[in-house]
Structure formats: structure tokens, C-alpha cells
Design a protein around this ligand. Structure first.
Ligand SMILES: [Zn+2]
Length: 201
């Protein structure tokens, strides 16, 4: 479920729709928590679908890195990519604001830190000073490191920020995220690579 102070809006002809803050969302706020209505569909079931579903799967779901495609029931599925994201943490089943997000500002993830497939590549026009342009299934270690760093710092604010989504967060997820963030980046990328090979093989 998305933070209640967000809404889906039309961005422009290139991007389509996105999610913006309707009020200021402080750093450390839970902006999304996976809930009972969100669907984690096993990739084995996705593989059984007729080919015509593939573009919809690419467009509307994301991989959790654990052999599922996740379909969000609310406007969480409209959160766009940015090479300078203000949200992070999808693989933990929740996301937090990596910095203060002002009212009217678009919420974003860095897709290059996620688990995209080869068919999900796109050309980025996010406008960030360090925009990487081509975004594809290859994770960018520098981007993963940057988000993990920002996430580690933002987690320091999770207890002090107002948290409308707090009742949805399983404390074990938070604990798992904190433990994961203490691992070295090399270990993280190694385990992700192992998972991806396992999925594709
Ligand atoms: Zn970009």
C-alpha cells in the first residue's frame, strides 16, 4: 500500500503517469509496504501464460528477486524510475523515503538496483545530472551501493518520522533489511547474481 499522502497523476507524454506527494513526506517515512492485496505471482505461473501477456507483465509487475513477479493493487505500480531516486528498499517488501520529498514532487526508484529482465530495458530521460541513459537488466553496482548507503542513513529516521503505514510493516521485514544492509556490497551482488542465474536456468 502506498503512503496516503501520494497520488497517481499524469506526468507527460514521454513518461505517462507517475506518483507524486500530496504533502511533504519526511526522510525515513514508509512510502510503500507490501500488503495482503498485493500479489506475488510465482514465475513458474507467469511462464504458463500466453505470449500476449508478456508486455503486460513487463509493464505492470516487478521481480522480487525471489522468483516472483509482484503486482501492486494500488498506485504503487505507477512509481517511475529515476537515476537519482528518492525512494528505496523494494526487495525488503517495503520502501522508505531516502530524503525529504516535497509536495508535488514525483516519487521514484532506481530500476537499475532492482531485478529487471532483458525485455524491460528502456531509455531514461529522468533529467538527473548523472542520468545513465540506457537502463537494462544489468544492475549497476554504483547505483546499488548508492541506494544502500541512502537507505542505511534513512533507516535512522524510521522511528521518528510520522508513519501512517507502520501497522502494515512486519517487524521481521525491517530487521531483515537492517541485517542485509550490514552485508558487504560484494556479498549482495554475488547473492543476487546467484538468484538470477537460478531463475534463468
Ligand atoms: Zn535517468
Amino acid at each position: 500500500m502506498m503512503h496516503p499522502h501520494t497520488q497517481r497523476v499524469a506526468i507527460d507524454a514521454v513518461v505517462g503517469e507517475g506518483v507524486v506527494a500530496t504533502r511533504r513526506i519526511p526522510r525515513g517515512s514508509l512510502v510503500w509496504v507490501m500488503d495482503a492485496l498485493d500479489q506475488a505471482i510465482p514465475e513458474s505461473e507467469i511462464a504458463q501464460l500466453p505470449a500476449c501477456w508478456a508486455p503486460l507483465v513487463d509493464r505492470w509487475t516487478f521481480s522480487d528477486g525471489r522468483r516472483h513477479r509482484v503486482l501492486l493493487w494500488d498506485h504503487g505500480r505507477y512509481v517511475n524510475h529515476s537515476c537519482a531516486p528518492n525512494c528505496g528498499g523494494t526487495e525488503f517488501g517495503f520502501e522508505i523515503a531516502l530524503r525529504d520529498i516535497e509536495a508535488g514532487e514525483q516519487l521514484s526508484n532506481d530500476y537499475a538496483t532492482l531485478f529487471m529482465g532483458p525485455s524491460e530495458a528502456f531509455h531514461c530521460q529522468c533529467g538527473a545530472p548523472d542520468c545513465r541513459g540506457a537502463i537494462d537488466h544489468r544492475q549497476v553496482p554504483e547505483a546499488v551501493a548508492a541506494v544502500r548507503r541512502a537507505l542505511t542513513h534513512a533507516l535512522d529516521f524510521i522511528e521518528s518520522a510520522p508513519q501512517p503505514l507502520w501497522p502494515l510493516l512486519d517487524p521481521q521485514r525491517l530487521q531483515a533489511a537492517r541485517l542485509s544492509l550490514t552485508r558487504s556490497l560484494a556479498d549482495v551482488l554475488q547473492s543476487r547474481g546467484t538468484r538470477r542465474r537460478a531463475v534463468s536456468g
